[in-house]
Design a protein around this ligand. Structure first.
Ligand SMILES: NC(=O)c1ccc[n+]([C@@H]2O[C@H](COP(=O)([O-])OP(=O)(O)OC[C@H]3O[C@@H](n4cnc5c(N)ncnc54)[C@H](OP(=O)(O)O)[C@@H]3O)[C@@H](O)[C@H]2O)c1
Length: 177
């Protein structure tokens, strides 16, 4: 089982605007059946992890279908947040090593997806628990926003693709610089 940080980014390394908007991303063209697209990626994922800002952003966008994930979602927060009806959401905090073990046990035999933000993905890397980083770079710069990955890390490029508007890269984590 391996742990993957899979996300989209602006070309200058931000995963959301300073206002936490994803409008710059959602307007881009992508082939969902194309290389490195989300539907194929999610097939091998078991539990997923996200920070509170990401969780609240997903909740704010929930449509009539409600919470969009069927996998157990581990949400890191220091606060009391509400779970969406019917969602398998588990609120956690503190050391990612403890939570990583819980995620592994939640869906045995499947890989783990760290959705973000970048600082949370960095906590997994700090603990030596991040194996891969997948980034879909959108053709836009934001100048500021939520950082892609605020760490110094040595990576190995293992796959590349173009998916319509996106430059996609898959990297293996080697070591902290
Ligand atoms: N482009 C993409 O594909 C993509 C993917 C994912 C997310 N996003 C967006 O990127 C932005 C990310 O926001 P963000 O940088 O603020 O990161 P975030 O990870 O979503 O949220 C950060 C918050 O998570 C909580 N947290 C993190 N580590 C914790 C720990 N060890 N224990 C307890 N709580 C912990 C804290 O919340 P509290 O202290 O407030 O409880 C912290 O303020 C969001 O706007 C999201 O929608 C974009």
């Amino acid at each position: 089982m391996t742990t993957h940080y899979y996300t989209a980014s602006s070309l200058d390394g931000f995963i959301a605007s300073p206002e936490n908007s994803l409008d710059w991303l959602l307007k881009q063209d992508i082939d969902l059946e194309g290389p490195m697209a989300y539907p194929a990626f999610i097939q091998s994922m078991g539990a997923l992890a996200m920070g509170a800002t990401t969780y609240e952003a997903i909740q704010a966008e929930e449509g009539d279908d409600g919470w969009p994930y069927t996998r157990p979602a581990f949400v890191f927060t220091h606060r009391q947040l509400n779970a969406s009806p019917g969602a398998d959401v588990r609120f956690v905090q503190g050391d990612v090593r403890t939570v990583h073990a819980e995620m592994t046990a939640a869906v045995p035999g499947k890989d783990l997806w760290v959705m973000g933000g970048g600082e949370l993905a960095g906590q997994f890397a700090d603990a030596g628990l991040l194996d891969e980083i997948w980034v879909q770079f959108a053709p836009v710069t934001l100048g500021a926003g939520a950082p892609l990955f605020p760490r110094e890390l040595d990576l190995e490029l293992v796959d590349i693709a173009r998916n319509r508007a996106f430059l996609c890269g898959r990297y293996q984590v080697k070591d902290a610089l």
